[in-house]
Design a protein around this ligand. Sequence first.
Ligand code: SF4
Length: 391
Amino acid sequence: MSLLPTAAYIHIPFCRRRCYYCDFPVFVVGDRSTGANSGNIQLYVDRLATEIATEVNDPRPLDTIFFGGGTPSLLTVAQLRQIIGQLAAKFGIARDAEISMEIDPGTFDLEQLRGYLQAGVNRVSIGVQAFQDHLLQLCGRSHTVGDIYHAVELLHQGGVTNWSLDLISGLPQQTLANWEASLECAIALDPTHISCYDLIVEAQTPFSKQYHPGDKPLPSDEATAQMYRNAQQILSGAGYKHYEISNYAKPGYECRHNRTYWQNQPYYAFGMGAASNLENYRFTRPRKTQEYYQWVADGCNWRVDLTPAADRFLETLMLGLRLSSGVSLNAIESEFGIDRSDNLLKCLHRYQQQGWVEIVTIERDRYLRLSDPEGLLFSNVVLTEIFSQEF
Ligand code: SF4
């Protein structure tokens, strides 16, 4: 693992309301127009800036920065500038750095968007989820389909050329026809990147009290599997490359920041609940606001209570097999030894015969990968097999 990260994730934990399926560490602030919680956001930004300033590693300029949440577009332009300015002062930012920001429909206007772009943002990811108002409502989303179209119009007016759109499959009451319509609507808007996530009913969410996996009105397992296959077929047909289990991109528009995770490279993370991967250790910051503030006040010591990364061999496979390019067997052999590599291939032989696992040669390197869509769809089966073995 290279020693010094060049990627930074920044968590902005504010949302207008909490979506019924969400278990992220977020703080509900209501509508920005009320201004009621703007003080909370500024307080948080100040703490975040302190945390960034406190990081003690010898820095390398950042290659990618990702503002996720939460709803980062609840930040004012001045607050975004404050954070980017602190990152630049602490680490430096590479001239061609990718700076991504998640934004939600209905939370920004053209002036604000232009301010974000001037501050350095050059990639935008817009949370859409579905193109049916009844599904958005059922999820507790704070926007309508009309807001989605308005937000995309603002992106065009602002001159944003690198942007992504998120969709969710497997929602309660969602039909295959709804899902295909959402995919077609997304394609018609012509984003450079589309993410398709399958709903997971997480414990402690309102959804978990209402819905039980496998029961109606959630779509059946066969229906959600078909949604996955449909996404692959429809998006690939429209020129989007299925480059990761849940992600599709036009050529040249894969998310550079997220590749850091999938390639098991180190990365910084700042903010409440954010998880970093440094010095082969993962550390998750406190998920509650006051605890996070106290942790910052106490000096941001992430070198206590460290959780070692799981076995790096297994972790490399778990993350790398998410990518359609798979993992390099030459790299596996040189880092973990030829025996482990051989045992891995033996363990996966039956999945290879079944067509879920492939070994391809590209420029004299052999890659182990999951087939698209079936291998990627059943990746959990393949990974469970890998994790059950001793290598
Ligand atoms: S907008 Fe995103 S982060 Fe906020 S509550 Fe909804 S799903 Fe969670």
